[in-house]
Design a protein around this ligand. Structure first.
Ligand SMILES: C[S@@+](CC[C@H](N)C(=O)[O-])C[C@H]1O[C@@H](n2cnc3c(N)ncnc32)[C@H](O)[C@@H]1O
Length: 464
């Protein structure tokens, strides 16, 4: 799971052996894998503290670095003992048996007894050694350093603490327009869950309700979709400026969602009633899930899906169209704000320069060539790196050309910030920074909003 940079849960979900398990075993396998991935830094430190015992070295049975299978077995066994409270005999013997009976790799007896010995040591003393580790060990050093520099140690610990919570702790459910007309209670399967109405209007349902969300009532009818509360903020910001403060009717407005798959924000824009919604997406594969999601929600006719590069996109402006008044750039990014759902992002290697460059290209093209003067541009990323958030908007507004590479178009329009106002987005006042942008940090907001994705949102008007 570490080496090919694939998200382990995705790989698991496609494995036929996993798909053949019953629901309970599947839930256990998922939990085991996601906890191992989430806590890998701490787990490795505990394993290492035993692996370097002198007697192991003497016997020359130390695990070699390339021995992927034994390394994985140690991690999986250790996770069960340290975090899942699986009885030792089961955690150790099942892990050892799995190694012995691996269908493709012959593991030597010496290695098997080594894994057995380390796991038994972890059972005896592992928890006290775990207490001596820090959750920051689960984050790549460069990323933890960046966060400490930007947010300070205390906030970074809270952010990482939030990313350590079970995935997903919550599911925020948005009600779709498709479900509005049908109000026939007889059709609704009654389920009792402890749901919470969030201040911005979506409903939070605890993950322990269980089962796949696609099996929940009214899913197939397209009555709702799942979207993290932070991810709903960019579309709300656009709507507020254009319709609440701008006084326009949404049906008269043409908006563009420039990076749209899998479509959470596009669905919001459609359900807000915007008259014309262009959803642009460069990836064919991801545009298929966008199509499927919009179809399920009954929104495919409310939106024009364009599978093309957003940096080249030119909107079609019909005769009775006043031009594009709103553009949402939910740019591709490091996704470092998604730690609690995608623990792999805490250790994934990324090409930050490349991401910064594409984010600039998208936002500059949106401002120069898509948005009309007077229109509103929302720039958002689910990143907790200021280079992909605050620094980008600073760069954009200052029109600073330093570091410009030859591919980056220059801003030929003038933008100014439309600051978020206190009370505008209930529950998120504390996230408004001194420049009027929104910086949402997981683990920091009061109450259940502390369980949210990390996000950055800035909103600007094109004034010339
Ligand atoms: C953060 S995701 C968008 C999530 C989406 N807005 C939602 O709410 O579901 C970024 C998306 O941008 C797409 N993308 C990357 N580069 C792009 C480009 N040059 N033009 C258009 N889309 C692009 C990615 O394939 C990805 O689907």
């Amino acid at each position: 799971m570490k080496r090919n940079q694939k998200f382990a849960i995705r790989v698991l979900e496609q494995d036929p052996a996993y798909l053949n398990l019953d629901q309970r075993d599947r839930a256990f396998a998922r939990n085991l894998l996601s906890t191992t991935e989430r806590r890998m830094g701490q787990i490795d430190q505990v394993i290492k503290s035993f692996a370097h015992k002198k007697e192991d070295k003497k016997k020359n049975t130390k695990i070699r670095p390339h021995d992927i299978l034994c390394e994985a077995a140690l991690r999986i066994g250790a996770t069960q003992i340290l975090f899942l409270d699986v009885p030792t005999y089961a955690a150790v013997s099942e892990t050892v048996e799995a190694l012995k009976n691996h269908p493709k790799v012959k593991v030597s007896k010496a290695q098997i007894s080594y894994v057995n010995a380390v796991l038994r040591n972890i059972d005896r003393e592992g928890k006290s050694r775990l207490d001596a580790t820090s959750t920051l060990a689960n984050v790549d050093t460069w990323l933890a350093d960046q966060w400490i520099q930007t947010y300070g140690k205390e906030t970074t610990e809270k952010m990482v603490g939030a990313a350590m919570s079970q995935s997903p702790v919550i599911r925020d459910v948005f009600t779709s327009i498709a479900g509005e007309e049908e109000d026939d209670d007889d059709d609704i399967e009654q389920v009792e869950v402890e749901a919470e109405l969030l201040p911005i209007g979506s409903i939070r349902i605890p993950a322990n309700v269980g089962g796949s969300v696609s099996k929940w009532p009214l899913y197939d009818d397209g009555a709702w979709w799942v979207q993290d509360v932070s991810a709903t903020l960019p579309a709300i910001a656009l709507f507020n400026s254009l319709c609440i403060n701008g006084g326009k009717q949404p049906k008269d407005i043409h908006v563009v969602d420039l990076c749209s798959a899998p479509g959470g924000k596009t669905a919001q824009l459609c359900s807000m009633g915007f008259g014309k919604v262009d959803a642009v997406e460069i990836s064919k594969r991801r545009s298929r899930s966008l199509h499927q999601n919009l179809k399920r929600l009954g929104m495919e006719k409310l939106c024009n899906v364009c599978v093309e590069d957003g940096t080249k996109f030119q909107p079609y402006i019909s005769e009775n169209d006043d031009g594009v008044q709103g553009v949402l750039v939910d740019a591709p990014c490091s996704a470092t704000g998604l730690g609690s759902r995608r623990p792999d992002v805490l250790r994934k290697s990324i090409n930050l320069d490349e991401l910064i460059s594409i984010q600039r290209e998208l936002v500059v093209h949106a401002a120069n060539n898509i948005l009309d003067v007077g229109g509103v541009l929302v720039y958002a990323t689910c990143s907790l790196l200021k280079q992909e958030g605050e620094d980008q908007v600073d760069w954009l507004l200052s029109q600073d050309v330093t570091g410009k590479d030859e591919n980056t178009e220059l801003l030929s329009s003038t933008l100014e910030t439309i600051p978020f106002e206190v009370g505008e987005i209930p529950g998120f006042d504390d996230c408004i920074d001194e420049k009027g942008w929104l910086r949402v940090i997981p683990g920091v907001l009061p109450g259940s909003l502390q369980f949210c994705d990390g996000f950055f949102v800035a909103r600007m008007r094109k004034i010339a």
